[in-house]
Write a protein that binds this ligand. Structure first.
Ligand code: AMP
Ligand code: ZN
Length: 467
């Protein structure tokens, strides 16, 4: 049974999906105004591991992730510039170009880290209609009010507002008078009007005036469109637990009258020298940065897996170097295991079932990837034949995503190790030659060459070499 720490109940809970064997999960995606950093990717790696663990457990997962390409303002208090419009000005580009450029860059990095493709990847700008509809519903139910700069959600009207947050000003509201038009400082924008003196590049007509959606409403509109009014799991970085996710809960539940999400999963920060890695502190590293230093992107994935997702982790190049060495050793050890077809030897009954059980138990214990990794190492070091070892390791790698199978093939090719099936073809060819069936033997030689190897006929018999 999978157990997850639910930030809402602040407890470890047994995971029970709304529909048997079918899980709906939503992840807050990137704001595409800059390159995503390795702190951001730590949060996406948790979502990826969770999807993989759910699938490993036999669940079907509908996994939705958004791309925030409008509405995320510089300040959490719904003030300041839109991050995308600001970036476009700085870079001298059109805001749509900025969004496309950083979305593509994000997806390239996302795939390099072997992160699971979302079933739906939805852009905020592609769902303006849905966001307006949701705000209209909130307006009809009396949860909104208008100020000179937008339509706001009235948090006083939603008594359980802020349950998820650990911030008193969110849970209880500030005790001081709000000094702007907001009724309460914790109220948040659903729709913002375009500034009167400035033409925005991204703006839309709405029943309230020309403008753009607030950041929080996009996640409610898109998650509920694709997953329904109530779904199983919502993930994000721990910062979202304080404001963004309480706002998502409030506006979704106020609109539908139903419980929005059952399990909230939050990843702790990636830090640098004890401080959050963040664009505003200017202490970020991108995948490009670490590759420039000679590191493999999947060594970073290995580094993430070594720390539990709810524990803060401090990034250093020394730690990445150690992870890379361990990862290289893992790949090298696995590449030296002979092909299963050639492996012989006895396997004690139940031994691999036991490895696999302990591996799954670790992951089902709130995604304990570091213990799962250590079980994987136990398999590598075990004295059993390579056939069942490789089978078990590749199965485990369906969750850990370290590309062991393709790495093994690559390394064996580089080491000049001829795979068993090629060797077998060479033997078949030799047999045909002995039978003087030269045409058939030549066809096999051509097949071997197509697969990247050549056969040299030496005095001692045929020798297979990498091309
Ligand atoms: P953003 O693009 O700023 O909306 O962030 C994308 C995701 O990364 C969100 O889930 C954030 O909570 C998460 N995040 C941001 N900074 C960090 C960090 N230093 N460590 C882990 N997660 C982070
Ligand atoms: Zn969100």
């Amino acid at each position: 049974m999978l157990r997850l720490y639910n930030s809402l109940s602040k407890k470890l809970e047994d995971f029970k999906p709304i529909h048997a064997l079918q899980v709906g999960m939503y992840t807050c995606g990137p704001t595409v105004y800059q390159f995503a950093h390795i702190g951001n990717f730590r949060a996406y790696t948790t979502s990826d591991i969770l999807v993989r663990v759910l699938r490993y457990n036999g669940y079907k997962v509908e996994f939705v992730m958004n791309i925030t390409d409008v509405g995320h303002l510089v300040s959490d208090a719904d003030t300041g510039e839109d991050k995308l419009e600001k970036s476009a000005k700085n870079e001298g580009k059109n805001v749509w170009e900025v969004a496309d450029f950083y979305t593509d860059a994000f997806l390239k990095d996302y795939h390099a880290l072997n992160l699971t493709n979302p079933s739906v990847l939805s852009k905020a700008t592609g769902h303006i209609k849905e966001q307006i509809e949701l705000i209209k519903k909130l307006e009809e139910k009396g949860f909104t009010y208008k100020t000179s700069d937008g339509i706001y959600f009235n948090t006083v009207k939603f008594p359980s507002y802020g349950e998820l947050s650990s911030l008193d000003q969110i849970k209880f509201g500030a005790r001081v008078e709000a000094n702007d038009e907001k009724k309460n400082p914790r109220d948040f924008a659903l729709w913002k009007f375009s500034p009167k003196d400035e033409k925005r590049q991204m703006e839309w007509k709405s029943p309230w005036g020309v403008g753009f959606p607030g950041w929080h409403i996009e996640c409610s509109a898109m998650s509920m469109k694709y997953l329904g009014p109530s779904f199983d799991i919502h993930t994000g970085g721990v910062d979202h637990k304080e404001i963004h996710h309480p706002n998502e809960i409030a506006q979704s539940e106020a609109a539908t009258g139903k419980k929005f999400v059952n399990y909230w999963i939050h990843t702790a920060f990636m830090q640098v020298n004890g401080q959050k890695m963040s664009k505003s502190l200017n202490n970020t590293y991108t995948l490009y940065d670490i590759e420039k230093e000679g590191f493999d992107v999947l060594a970073l994935r290995y580094l993430y897996l070594q720390t539990h997702y709810r524990q803060e982790m401090n990034f250093t190049y020394d730690a990445l170097d150690a992870a890379q060495n361990a990862y290289k050793k893992l790949a090298l050890d696995v590449s030296r295991f002979e092909d299963p077809s050639e492996s012989q030897g006895k396997v004690p009954a139940g031994i691999f079932e036991d490895f696999e059980k302990r591996f799954l138990d670790a992951l089902n214990d709130d995604l304990n990837t570091s213990v799962a990794l250590s079980v994987m190492w136990e398999v590598v070091k075990s004295p059993f034949p390579s056939g069942p070892k490789l089978r078990t390791l590749f199965k485990m790698d369906r969750v850990l995503g370290l590309n062991l199978e393709s790495l093994r093939t690559q390394l064996r090719k580089a080491q000049g190790i001829v795979p068993g099936h090629i060797q077998q073809l060479a033997e078949e060819r030799q047999h045909l030659r002995k039978m003087r069936k030269f045409n058939a033997a030549d066809q096999i030689r051509a097949k071997i060459e197509k697969l990247g190897y050549i056969v040299e006929d030496t005095k001692k018999g045929p020798k297979v070499l990498k091309k």
